[in-house]
Design a binder for this molecule. Sequence first.
Ligand SMILES: [Zn+2]
Length: 107
Amino acid sequence: MNCIFCKIINDEIPSRKVYEDDDVLAFHDVNPQAPVHVLIIPKKHIAKVSDMDGKDELLLGKLVHVSKKVADDLGILDDGFRLVINNGMIQLLVRVIHVLLEVQEIT
Ligand SMILES: [Zn+2]
C-alpha cells in the first residue's frame, strides 16, 4: 500500500515522534503550517470516515484523547489549540484519517 502514514508508522519514513502507543502515533509535520503542527494518526489504516466500522469508534476517540496528552507535553495545553480531523483527500499525499493539533499564529 502506497500510504505515507503507514510508511511513517513502519519507520520506512523518519519522523519526529511526540507520542506512540499500540494504537496511535503522533509526530511533528515535516512541513509545519503553524508554530505547532502535530499529526495524530491511528496505526490502523482507515482512509475515510466512511470506512470506519463500529470498533473504530474508540480508536477515533483515542486520537482526540492523545491530543490532550501531546498538548500537555508540548506545554500548550492551557493556551488553547485547534484540532482538525481530516478525512480523505486533503492534500495529494495525505488521504488518511488524522487529527491535526495546531497552534495558530496570531497575526
Ligand atoms: Zn495507511
